[in-house]
Write a protein of this length. Structure first.
Length: 483
């Protein structure tokens, strides 16, 4: 097998209890990281057991013999320790090499379940758990015999190298820009097609909502791949009660946002719907605090005011108020904010985190299951065959809008996503005004200026808050690591 061409940023260890992703410390222990990564690439650890588990102390594995006395490194039998003075066994989730004395590292490793400072200087630390700490805690609490061996064997099913190119700063900004622009484009196409089909072709909004969800579920299934779905059936975190509840909850919210959004578009002008949604950043801040525990600074909160005010001004001359349209638009706004924040929580979850494509598919499937009974019991007018091409185009645009939104959300915070969404809505108002030939007023210009100024203020507030956070983190870390 070919050698590693590029250093992976981590390794995902798939166990019979769930996935644990290890971040590797290449700068601190390059030789040890190469040993672990190369053995993982060669699938050396596949079907090995965790032969030693001591609650509150360690989980040990990596021995193909399962006895605690076997295993070889890629350098031969053993290799020398790489002890870095700045790395300590300060808490749970630290991964180190197991050994039988100085310079006897082979293939065995252990993961800490708590502070183990007495191991400092004796075992080479080469990484930490960056995802799956909940799985590790569950591993550390299984029943063991008098020799600290689990009574029910727990195996490593597979090891997957992680090349986290999208998370570094430059590539992250590049992909965020690509997904953001794609999201803007497909959102515009979906909005225009929705308004045209509802107002000009008199398509039933309930049918349109069901069709969009059925099509995006079908395309999503093809996109994630049927084999990947079948593999998910054997994943202990997939289709568990917790996972099903989460997907059903987000799917239910997606169902509501689609129906409420279409009802509001049917009742009022598209610009009025976007005006009501101008308060989204405020609701996202509240939802992020309640769901994720994220607190935004005073500077960031103040920077949201011109963004929200600007969007409202963009559509000031386009208001077409009625209670049905307002109620649907306002409810859609609140549910959409909560859905986005909770979706971010699921993609960042340490136990059963899902990818953007998986989240899009499973929640679409859940939303479809909720919509089909509505379709069956209600008397919805079916469109004619002339509308089929428009329906297909609309469904594909809706699917791409959903996928690009989730991909972008995976790279940025919910509040930043909400700000991007607000800017998108302001742009959509301008485009809808131009498409439908409406006159551009001074309020539109003032609103656009406020949105742009607000975005600059938000970016500056984010930079300043991030610098303060990093300074505080470095101060805290320097006291913790060197203690």
């Amino acid at each position: 097998m070919p050698q590693l061409v590029d250093n992976p940023t981590g390794v995902t260890v798939r166990t019979t209890m769930g996935d644990i992703t290890i971040e590797l410390y290449w700068k601190h222990a390059p030789k040890t990281c190469k040993n672990f990564a190369e053995l993982s690439r060669k699938k050396y650890y596949n079907n090995t057991i965790f032969h030693r588990i001591i609650p509150g102390f360690i989980v040990q594995g990596g021995d193909p013999t399962g006895t605690g006395r076997g295993g070889k490194s890629i350098y031969g039998e053993t290799f020398a320790d790489e002890i870095h003075p700045g790395l300590k066994h300060a808490g749970a989730g630290i991964i180190s090499m197991a050994n039988s004395g100085p310079d006897t590292n082979g293939s065995q490793f252990f993961l800490t379940l708590g502070p183990t400072s007495h191991l400092d200087g004796k075992h080479a630390i080469f990484g930490r758990v960056c995802k799956g700490i909940g799985i590790l805690n569950r591993l550390g609490s299984v029943q063991t015999d008098q020799d600290d061996r689990p009574t029910d064997p727990i195996k490593i099913v597979d090891t997957i190298l992680v090349y986290d190119r999208m998370k570094n700063k430059e590539n992250g900004m590049y992909w965020a820009l690509i997904f953001g622009l794609s999201w803007y484009f497909f959102s515009f196409c979906t909005l225009m097609l929705n308004k045209y089909m509802l107002s000009e072709r008199n398509v039933d909004p309930r049918f349109l909502g069901v069709f969009q969800m059925v099509l995006t579920t079908t395309v999503g299934l093809v996109q994630i791949g049927i084999p990947s779905l079948l593999i998910g059936l054997h994943d202990p975190n997939r289709f568990s009660p917790r996972f099903v509840r989460s997907m059903a909850l987000v799917g239910g919210m997606r169902f509501l946002t689609v129906v409420l959004g279409l009802v509001s578009l049917k009742a009022v002008a598209a610009s009025f719907v976007e005006t009501v949604k101008s308060s989204a950043p405020l609701f996202t801040v509240l939802a992020s605090w309640m769901v994720l525990g994220e607190r935004t600074g005073l500077l960031i909160n103040f920077s949201l005011l011109p963004i929200m005010s600007g969007l409202a001004l963009c559509a000031f001359t386009e208001l077409s108020f009625n209670m049905v349209g307002f109620g649907a638009a306002f409810s859609n706004n609140v549910v959409d904010c909560v859905q986005n924040v909770y979706s971010k929580k699921l993609m960042s979850d340490e136990i059963s985190g899902v990818s953007a494509n998986e989240l899009q598919f499973y929640t679409s499937l859940s939303a479809t299951c909720l919509q089909i009974p509505l379709w069956l019991v209600s008397r919805m007018a079916l469109p004619g065959t002339a509308e089929v091409p428009l329906l297909l185009l609309n469904g594909l645009c809706f699917h791409m809008q959903s996928v690009t939104a989730y991909c972008l959300m995976n790279l940025i915070s919910p509040v930043t996503h909400s700000v991007a969404n607000t800017v998108k809505r302001g742009l959509l108002i301008w485009l809808s005004v131009m498409v439908f030939g409406n006159k551009v007023s001074v309020y539109n210009w003032m609103g656009a200026g406020l949105v742009i100024a607000g975005v600059f203020l938000y970016n500056e507030a984010k930079k300043r808050t991030e610098l303060e956070r990093r300074a505080s983190f470095r101060h805290t870390a320097s006291k913790t690591i060197m203690m």
